[in-house]
Design a protein around this ligand. Structure first.
Ligand SMILES: [Zn+2]
Length: 304
């Protein structure tokens, strides 16, 4: 392998900034984590730049820099938007970091980083078309085609969490209200709070999603039923993706990816909804866990 490039990946989150350095094969050379300066854009820029400089000094080499954030950069304006670290919104993050670091910087949202990490050297390594879905407090997703993030003119490729739950049953209409202003979004059913909301509506009782999963495993009927509804809804939501994109692999991250039975049960259920006599798409659990975002940021400087 003649690629000796050092890849630096940064996960710029609301509470922490993490950096990793990867060697050419994806081996981890360094990992550091600092708290995110709160409400201070200039201090956040300086923190990112100092992490990069310290990593390069320690490793004795200059690297490429990729950054994952919860928001996205508008192609039209170059400004960051939709970021939960609100002091970053409306700021020319890429231009400012490029000025500080003296090199081109690549930035994408954390769901794209997740998909890219798993497609590069994770659960979906070697797959042509990868749909990476994060099922956690919210629902995000990204698409990677032959090692590259699919990035459209609106920078929202893969974001199906605020599409409506497909083929809704009568009791799923109009569906729970969503923070985005609509009702019945996929996110309101297949996120962690989505499972908890369904359980509350069905039983009148509150429970956290890991508890519902654990109690289902021990055979508690209301929890078993809630998980069955969850699997059925996820199957419909992903059948929609398969019909549109026909990915080789769908890889799942976020807290709900820890539900082991999803990987056998959801593909059994999605066949009923996919417009094909057989479905060869594989549903896989992520390989890199919580590190996927920061690793994917590093892989923004991929094979090209
Ligand atoms: Zn929504």
């Amino acid at each position: 392998m003649d690629d000796k490039r050092l890849r630096l990946g940064i996960d710029l989150g609301g509470t922490k900034i993490e950096i990793v350095a990867l060697d050419a094969r994806g081996g981890l050379l360094l990992r550091r984590r600092i708290p995110t300066p709160q409400g201070d854009y200039r201090a956040t820029l300086a923190a990112v730049a100092s992490l990069v400089r310290a990593a390069e000094q320690e490793l004795g080499a200059e690297g490429s820099v990729g950054i994952g954030t919860p928001g996205s950069i508008s192609r039209a304006t170059g400004l960051l938007r939709g970021c939960n670290s609100v002091c970053l919104n409306g700021q020319p993050l890429r231009r400012d970091l490029e000025g500080l670091l003296g090199r081109e910087v690549r930035i994408t949202n954390d769901a794209n980083c997740f998909a890219l990490s798993e497609a590069s050297d994770g659960a979906a390594a070697g797959a042509d078309v990868v749909f990476g879905a994060i099922l956690g407090t919210g629902v995000g997703a990204g698409i990677v085609v032959r090692g590259r993030v699919l990035d459209g003119p609106n920078a929202i490729a893969g974001e199906w969490g605020h599409n409506p739950l497909p083929w809704p049953k009568d009791d799923e209409r109009p569906g729970p209200p969503c923070f985005c202003g609509k009702s019945g979004c996929i996110e309101t059913f297949v996120s962690g709070p989505g499972l908890e909301g369904d359980f509350l509506r069905a039983t009148g009782a509150r429970a956290k999603s890991p508890d519902i999963v654990a109690r289902a495993a021990s055979g508690e009927t209301p929890c078993v039923r809630a998980l069955e509804r969850y699997e059925e809804r996820l199957a419909r939501a992903l059948a929609h993706v398969i019909n549109l994109l026909d990915p080789d692999v769908i890889v799942v991250g976020g807290g709900m990816s820890n539900i082991a039975q999803l990987y056998a049960n959801v593909p059994q259920r999605w066949s009923a909804w996919v417009f094909s006599d057989r479905v060869d798409t594989r549903l896989l659990r992520n390989a890199h866990g919580d590190s996927s975002g920061v690793r994917g940021a590093a892989w923004l400087w991929g094979a090209g």
